[in-house]
Design a protein around this ligand. Structure first.
Ligand SMILES: Nc1ncnc2c1ncn2[C@@H]1O[C@H](COP(=O)(O)OP(=O)(O)O)[C@@H](O)[C@H]1O
Ligand SMILES: [Mg+2]
Length: 328
């Protein structure tokens, strides 16, 4: 499903299914999600709050809270190796070294009682066999790469602004030259004016180091600026994937088309142009058939039951829709 052909696939997520199970309910957070990320490319994972984006990132990193998270199946192939089959000790070496993450809120990602320089140096020492002195030199270099003077090495997170803290988090995430960076809404908590700077920084560092990235966002404007490929997620399912051009020039799924209505305008007026009516479904009680059908302006009888097929509407552009959108 939704397997893009050819190219240099670095990460391949296949049929990933994750639930959160409590006494009260079972939340179907991620439902048979498959997508591929090509080496050195940035894939945008786009969808509304609650769609399952952070759960996918947590599954890739192997940090889902268990319980309540239950992984029902799937594969997460990093360069052909299934991360879900690794034991915790091996996964620990993958995390922070081969795969790293930038979360939304820089304050929760940083230790408030450790200097920012030390937080970077510690990751370097943990993963690369270097002396404390060498780690400091490398950490200072990382600070300068993210635009923070090395002289601020011995300062604490509370001495920095939000945007500067997120730069520190980026330095931590990129300190060991990860092959895969997961950026989970990395600028959502920041000032609008700082957002663009931080995104530029991530893009520059990634292209310098040829890092592959999954950029999680609900902001289509960010996707347009940053991504090579896009996967649109709704109610725990990927409903459309393709190149940036496929998704922006020829969006096919009614949900994707609706998302375009929420691109912030250049003048800062983020009023929606064509809001999608209704709310996402309760993931503890998902609708049958297409999970978008209760909100879909084009829903037909056939959309209300059964498995919705994924169709390749042009080379590498996939859409999970029974309607006109899914037709070639
Ligand atoms: N620890 C948890 N326990 C129970 N439900 C959770 C937990 N974490 C996330 N969920 C639920 O799983 C669904 C997907 O959440 P999440 O992956 O955080 O979505 P997103 O990142 O797209 O906003 C949501 O319905 C959310 O409420
Ligand atoms: Mg999230």
């Amino acid at each position: 499903m939704m397997k893009s052909d050819g190219g240099d696939i670095f990460l391949s997520v296949r049929n990933l299914t994750v639930e959160y199970v409590t006494k009260q309910e079972t939340v179907q957070a991620v439902n048979s999600v498959s997508f591929d990320l090509h080496k050195g490319k940035t894939l945008g994972l786009v969808g509304e709050t609650g769609a399952g984006k952070t759960t996918i990132a947590g599954a890739i990193l192997g940090v889902l809270p268990v319980p309540p998270a239950v992984t029902r199946g799937g594969e997460i192939l990093l360069d052909g190796e299934d991360l879900m089959r690794l034991d915790e000790a091996t996964m620990c070496k993958v995390r922070g070294k081969r795969v790293t993450v930038i979360f939304q809120d820089p304050m929760t990602a940083l230790n408030p009682v450790m200097t920012i320089g030390r937080q970077i140096a510690e990751v370097i020492e943990l993963h690369d066999a270097v002396s404390r002195k060498e780690a400091r030199v490398r950490a200072e270099r990382m600070l300068e790469m993210v635009g923070i003077p090395a002289a601020r090495y011995d300062e604490y997170p509370n001495q920095f602004s939000g945007g500067m803290r997120q730069r520190v988090v980026i330095a931590v995430a990129l300190a060991c030259n990860p092959e895969l960076l997961l950026a989970d809404e990395p600028t959502t908590a920041l000032d609008v004016t700082i957002q663009a700077q931080v995104l530029d920084l991530i893009r520059e560092l990634n292209s310098a180091k040829k890092t592959s990235m999954i950029l999680i966002t609900h902001d289509m404007g960010v996707v347009m600026e940053m991504c090579d490929d896009v996967a649109v997620i709704y109610a725990g399912e990927i409903i459309e994937t393709g190149t940036l051009e496929n998704i922006f020039e020829h969006p096919a799924h009614p949900y994707t088309i609706g998302l375009f209505g929420s691109i912030p305008k250049i003048n800062g007026d983020s009023e929606r142009l064509s809001p999608i009516a209704g709310l996402p479904p309760n993931p503890a009680d998902l609708p049958k058939g297409c999970k978008f059908h209760p909100r879909c302006p084009q829903a037909a009888e056939a959309c209300k039951s059964g498995e919705i097929p994924v169709r390749e509407i042009s080379a590498g552009h996939f859409c999970k829709c029974r309607g006109k959108a899914g037709e070639a």
